[in-house]
Design a protein around this ligand. Sequence first.
Ligand SMILES: [Cu+2]
Length: 303
Amino acid sequence: MTDADKASYLKATQCLLSSPAKTKLPGVKTRWDDLASLHQLHALQIHSTGTFLPFHRYFLHVHGSLLKECGYNGPLSYWNETLDAGHFSTSVVFDPVLGFGGNGKGTKNCVADGPFVNATVNIGPGFTTQPRCVNRKFNDGLSALTGKSYVDNALKPTAYWEAQDAIYSGFHLFGHAALAMMDGDSITSAGDPLFMLHHGLVDKVWADWQAGSPSRLSEIGGPNAQDPATGFTEFPGGIEEEAKMWGKPTPEMAALAPNPQSGDGGPTTTLNHVLTSFGILPDVTIADIMDTKGSYLCYVYAV
Ligand SMILES: [Cu+2]
C-alpha cells in the first residue's frame, strides 16, 4: 500500500470506531461494533467448520464496504506474517503513524500508541457486550509458527477439508495466539482492526490453495457448525470447555444467529450455503464468493 492509502485506511477505521451503529444487533454502539457483532453472532458456526474460509472472506468484503462508508477507496490488505515470524513485535505493521500501533500495556493490555489508542469496542469479551480498549499481548516466540514452512504446510493438502484444517489449525491459530487480540478471544478478536490484516493472510492462502487446481474453485465441505451433540468444537474438551472460556450466547444472540444449515439443507457446508451480514450487505451464497476474481468480489492478491 502507498503511504497515502495507509493513512486513509487508518483514518476510515477511526471513523468507523467513532460513527454510530446502523444495525440493531445486541450491544452495538458504533459502526465498528456492527462488524464485531457480526463476527460474534456467527462465532459458533465459523471456526473449525466448512464455513470458516468462506465466512471470513465475506467478512473482509463487508469490512471493505464499511471502510468505503468512511471515505476509503483504496485496496484492502493483508499482512505477510512470514516476513515477521519470530519477531512480530518489530513489524512495520505496528508503526504508530502508518500502522496499527503496537503491543498492549498495563493490566488490560490496551494498545499504547498508534491510531487506536483511545478507541472503545463494545462487543465482547465472549458473548457479552462491554466497553473495552483495543488490546493485544504479543508473544514473539509463538509468532515463529507463522513462518513460511507453516504457510507452505497449509498449501499441501489436496482436499478442501484438509486444506481448511491446515490453514485453521496452523498459522491462523498460531497468529491469533501470538497477538492475543481482544484478550485472545476467538468470539470477538475481530474488534481489533489488526484482525483484518491477519485474516487477509488467511484469505490469501485460501486463494493461493484454490489456484492450485481449477476444480478447487468449487470445492467446499465439512460441517457447517460446531455441534454440541457430537462434541465437535473449536477447542479440545468440547463445547462445554469452550463455554467456560467465553460463555454462551445470550438467548437474544442465540435467536439472532443464522440457521447454520441455511441453503445447505443438511449439516454439511455446500456452495448453496447462505452467508449473511444481517443486512449490512445483501446475503450471498458461498458460490458467489468462491472466486476472488469473480464478478461479486473481483480482487487479486499482489505478492
Ligand atoms: Cu473468526
